[in-house]
Design a protein around this ligand. Structure first.
Ligand code: IMP
Ligand code: MG
Length: 180
């Protein structure tokens, strides 16, 4: 694996490799296939961070499905602001549909708690949550994750869709903030 990288003023070290990510994504894809084959679920990719994970995950399932996008915002720099705003909302029919929310990371849990609350008021057939990374030590609001890639320590990470002030989303693997 390549060594450390820098973005803006910060330094990051390799944390989860492309191969490790691919293995977990394939495994979750198979689980989803078993659960949702024939149900034509709607994957809701939470922008921006989940776009890489969602692209790989929907292809790993190999099932008939739809893909939609929602954008909520709660983050600035390396710390959650606690304010959630809807930038791009649900503009498609979710009634009687099986929904799978795809998110890059659960940190405080505020974003998903807020969004699950919105969805629970709609008459969906079911709602499940697929998350690539989970920081249990940072959790403030309850969130039930149905499909999880990795549980990680409470440290800022970038790559594979995750950014630091706009940078690093296109890195194929995941990096962790270097401790000085
Ligand atoms: P939460 O609402 O605090 O759970 O924050 C979730 C959102 O914050 C995620 O969708 C990410 O976009 C962003 N986020 C949380 N932790 C990190 C991180 O370590 N690196 C990059 N973005 C993060
Ligand atoms: Mg996100």
């Amino acid at each position: 694996m390549s060594s450390h990288i820098t973005a803006h003023d910060l330094s990051f070290v390799p944390f989860i490799s492309e191969a490790e990510i691919a293995e977990r994504v394939a495994a979750i894809g198979q689980q989803l296939r078993q659960q949702y084959e024939g149900k034509r679920p709607v994957f809701i990719c939470l922008l921006n961070g989940a776009f890489v994970f969602a692209a790989d995950l929907v292809r790993a399932t190999g099932i008939e499905c739809e893909v939609a996008f929602v954008r909520l915002a709660s983050y600035e720099g390396t710390a959650s602001t606690g304010r959630i705003s809807t930038v791009l909302g649900i503009d498609f029919e979710v009634k009687n549909r099986h929904i799978i929310i795809v998110e890059d990371i659960v940190d405080s849990g505020r974003t998903l708690h807020h969004f699950m609350g919105q969805l629970s008021q709609m008459e969906t057939a079911s709602v499940a949550l697929a998350v690539l990374l989970f920081k249990p030590e940072a959790l403030l609001m309850p969130v039930q994750i149905d499909y999880l890639g990795f549980e990680i320590p409470n440290k800022f990470v970038v790559g594979y869709g995750l950014d630091y002030d706009g940078l690093c989303r296109n890195l194929p693997s995941i990096y962790q903030l270097a401790t000085i």
